[in-house]
Design a protein around this ligand. Structure first.
Ligand code: ATP
Ligand code: MG
Length: 564
């Protein structure tokens, strides 16, 4: 591609809301523009990088036996009502005039097509995938293309006759994902993830460590334990059960509002304080008991409650129901609430919690004797430095960007949409499904997060829009123009994609700056000085290393560099 003819609108000034490197550089290097919140226009250079990512993913999906589909983005709303996903908050965008929705993912359509044609165990297993546009009603699109309301996903679905088959399809996907991200030149790690409200039996996320990630993960450098904070656990002592077990006593605790104030006022350790957190789950009040200052984890809470919608109860609502304020709520004789507790409180006694009367607390609460409990669940959020449950080393907590997600769905969708097959004995059974997603924009944005410096993007050759950037230094020199054209033609002739900066209107300094900003892995610099010795200069963008190459050796040298 000749730069003089190309549409590469680089820019210095960028939007103020572009605060992370990939967002800034995709704007500055002319890869994309924002049309409206969460909706992006991909310009030729940006789309080229995305196509390369898609091709790598496609090859790896084909390698595990995946068959490529193209499913419609427009879906009948009724299909989503059937699986109960129509009203998931912040999920579906819809076109009301026609009872259509814009698909945020495609389990429903896959199940629909499978229900028509999968009949026998002989039709299974299947791996079906597509690389296609998704729409989601993201409440806070930010961080550029990392979170769009419209984005491209590789989504695949496995259909199996047995749970062992599902395990196999899942493992194949894990392998395809590892290969894809490795080939894209991305440093990633894998964490255990929440199966949450989707009701599946296992899930893992492929993550890129980044301060700008919206996910938080717990990592053990010692034994390799890695989990999304949505499910991560740590080894912490339980609240104790003591020999002495007196009756519940109400104590006056004037102006005590927080757990720290309560510990201070009563001179007791935090382990004896049972904090009450109040939520509404699908409209109904729930009281959640936690130890001391332990933070309730909302994903764990939702899993414990079996999905649905949960949000903290507001102060007025709580006062109306109990007559007390947040700091004085407790589990004893609390009517109209479901009560669940964190596992650390299992079987404990001698606990202190609110008396459901302002400025009063109850002491000597016994979980077994005094609380009508639905159950104990792991509900707390792991904190950095806590001990790993596997090896006791201190856990690290980091932010990460989710690149991909693999998920053992089970039979939820096949049951909702009647996807069944006849097994060898002729019995009808629901097909066992898995679902697996990769965000294409996230691959490109993460590659830039990991590959950039003060001067611009540093592409890995796998995703670089062009592996080589040829720069004709001085377009006033006939020899330079002639030689640079020859370089460009011989590279393209050898099947090497090159961007050729043949602009006569800009200075050499400007071209060098642009070349560093655009970040192609190798720059071939054709200038008068080198030509005098029959040489071109090659600059490696990543290290800045430069080498002089004899004219005749250029193509072979570049081929060698690209094979590295
Ligand atoms: P997140 O937690 O970041 O919202 P998710 O759990 O909703 O992601 P999945 O439903 O598992 O994501 O979708 C599969 C993949 O699609 C994700 O791993 C991610 O790479 C990509 N993806 C999801 N939502 C978006 C989005 N709004 N913009 C860009 N890519 C996305
Ligand atoms: Mg999401």
């Amino acid at each position: 591609m000749r730069f003089s003819k190309a549409f590469i609108p680089t820019q210095k000034e960028i939007r103020a809301d572009a605060t992370i490197p990939s967002h800034q550089l995709m704007l500055r290097a002319g890869l994309m523009r924002q049309l409206t919140a969460g909706v992006y226009v991909y310009l030729p250079l940006g789309y080229k990088a995305m196509l390369k990512a898609m091709e790598i993913v496609r090859q790896e999906m084909n390698a595990i036996g995946g068959q490529e589909f193209h499913l419609p983005a427009l879906n009948p709303e009724s299909l989503w009502i059937q699986t109960g996903r129509r009203d998931i908050p912040n999920f579906i965008l819809s076109i009301k005039e026609r009872d259509l929705v814009l698909a945020p993912t495609h389990e429903e359509v896959i199940a629909w097509i499978a229900s028509l044609h999968i009949q026998s165990y002989k039709d299974l297993p299947q791996i079906w995938y597509q690389i296609q546009t998704k729409f989601r009603n993201e409440p806070r699109p930010r961080s550029g293309v990392l979170r769009g309301r419209q984005f491209i996903m590789k989504d695949s679905y496995s259909l199996d006759a047995s749970w062992e088959g599902l395990d196999k399809s899942y493992d194949l996907h894990a392998e395809a994902y590892r290969n894809s991200f490795t080939r894209c030149g991305i440093k990633f790690f894998v964490v255990g993830a929440s199966s949450g409200a989707m009701g599946g039996t296992g899930s893992q996320e492929f993550m890129v460590e980044s301060p700008f990630g919206e996910d938080t993960v717990a990592l053990c450098d010692q034994c390799g334990y890695a989990a999304n904070l949505e499910i991560a656990a740590s080894a912490l002592p339980k609240a104790p059960r003591r020999e002495e077990n007196g009756p519940v006593v109400e104590v006056h605790t004037p102006n005590v509002r927080t757990i720290d104030q309560l510990a201070e006022f009563l001179k007791v350790p935090h382990e004896r304080l049972a904090k009450s957190v109040v939520y509404r789950h699908n409209g109904s009040p729930v009281l959640i008991m936690m130890v001391g200052n332990d933070q309730l984890n909302e994903s764990k809470l939702l899993s414990a409650l079996g999905g649905g919608e949960a949000s903290p109860m507001n102060a007025e609502d709580l006062k109306g129901l109990t007559g007390a304020d947040g700091g004085s709520i407790g589990p004893v004789d609390l009517r109209g609430f479901r009560i669940i507790a964190d596992k650390r409180l299992e079987g404990a006694n001698g606990l202190i919690s609110g008396a459901n009367r302002n400025d009063y607390h109850l002491t000597n609460i016994d979980m077994q004797r005094d609380v009508t409990l639905e159950g104990y669940y792991d509900l707390r959020t792991v904190v950095a430095g806590e001990a790993c449950t596997k090896c006791s080393s201190a856990l690290k907590v980091s932010n990460a960007i989710e690149l991909g997600h693999i998920f053992k769905l089970g039979t939820k969708y096949s049951e909702a949409l009647n996807v069944s097959f006849l097994d060898e004995g002729g019995t009808a059974k629901p097909v066992i499904m898995g679902s697996y997603g990769i965000g294409i924009e996230r691959i490109v944005a993460c590659a830039i997060e990991q590959g950039h410096d003060a001067n611009g993007i540093v592409w890995d050759k796998a995703l670089a829009p062009y592996p080589v950037h040829v720069i004709a230094v001085n377009m006033n020199s006939k020899e330079v123009v002639l030689a640079a054209n020859q370089v460009y033609n011989s590279l393209t002739g050898a099947g090497i994609e090159a961007l050729f900066d043949d602009r006569a209107s800009v200075s050499p300094g400007f071209k060098f700056k642009d070349a560093d900003l655009l970040g192609m892995p190798f720059q071939v610099i054709v200038g008068e000085k080198g030509l005098k010795n029959g040489q071109f200069e090659i600059k490696r963008r990543k290290s800045g290393e430069r080498m002089m190459i004899a004219k005749e050796e250029l193509v072979a040298t570049v081929e060698g560099l690209l094979r590295e």
